[in-house]
Design a protein around this ligand. Sequence first.
Ligand code: UD1
Length: 417
Amino acid sequence: MDKILVRGGNPLKGTVQVRGAKNAALPLMAAAILGEEPVVLHNVPCLHDIFSMDKILAHMGMAIEFTGRAMTLDPRNFGTPEAPYELVRKMRASFFVLGSLIARFGRAKVSLPGGCAIGTRPVDIHLKGLEALGVKICIEDGYVIADGKLKGANIALDFPSVGATENLMMAASKAEGITRISNVAREPEIEDLARLLNAMGAQISGAGTDLITIVGVDSLGGAEHVVLPDRIEAGTFLVAAVATRGDVTVQNAIADDLPVFLDKLEEAGATIEVHGTKIRAAAPNGIKAVDFSTRPHPGFATDLQAQMMTLLCCAEGVSRIKETVFENRFMQAAELVRMGADIDLDGNTAIVRGVKSLSGAPVMASDLRASAALAIAGLMADHGETAISRVYHIDRGYERIEERLASLGGDIERVRE
Ligand code: UD1
């Protein structure tokens, strides 16, 4: 098993390129099921989650070629609409194939999902929405078995779930008639999915607002599409720059996709400069405590909460962080405390009292973003080595993060035990 070893003390400096967004690429790959011709995706990141989706689709008969960062998904010999537990359990986003499978085959059998241990993460909103579209759902032996002819409907989501919005957009794109979905997620990845589906021939409007309208069409074709840049990866590098009192320019980043996050970094004392698709972050005068709450987009992204908490561990003053999207997403806190942080948890609120410095320690990655936070903590430590185990979590969502942080001057490497 690999470990990542980090020694702190070096301010990160230089330029780093952001890859394509994992959370956009996964539903885009699922959308390829819907077409009658191949879909070509560019700027696809090389990540374990992408390989997991590749395996699920290939298992069902999708022909996939992935070279460089270009992926061709050919659905012409797609066979069985069944996604088995052994493949789906690795990643919750595998469940996003359900909507496309029903739209293409009128039936599907998909295992209930696994993924990061950051809460119970039910799929009730996905299923309720599909039922409203006329699908009969039953749960048997851990599988969702769905069948029925899709008919347009008016659907109001109980919560703006990203995955449910995506699943329903894909299903409704081939439903008979018009579907209106309100209280939908407004994440940039939703807009990216709508762009691909529309390029394939779908008629979707309103993506990026809280009401999406979909006029169902009989068939969809192929398309070529560039995956949008990963805003969470951009944010992670920006936090790492500020946390090490460095000066880093993140290229291929979209500042408009990080609205509250960039404001909070500035409020904490960072200087942020945006030039087109470049964001530069530095922290010349130290870091101050800030309060923030995670929210669905355009609020502060829950996927950047752990990294921001790490930065605030050494801020001047007391920060209050409220996690409103997931119920169990402070798993990094206990590990940060082992590195010298002063954090108290009170339900969904974390109280972070700034300390002078962190020290290296052996720590365990518990989920994807928490593990990135631990790498940042290791870079912040003023003495000692941080050895991060269970790094498969980090490989799910960051492409060779240690090499890229090292290229910015971080003392960080991967070792095989
Ligand atoms: C997506 C992202 C993930 C991000 C999350 C929130 C992908 C591949 N993953 O996950 O990185 O952290 O959005 O921004 O895009 N919920 C229900 N019932 C449902 C669905 C969701 O109760 O049917 C709850 C979840 O338990 C969670 C909240 O809604 O508490 C948000 O979940 P959701 O927006 O669905 O997240 P994902 O799509 O799984």
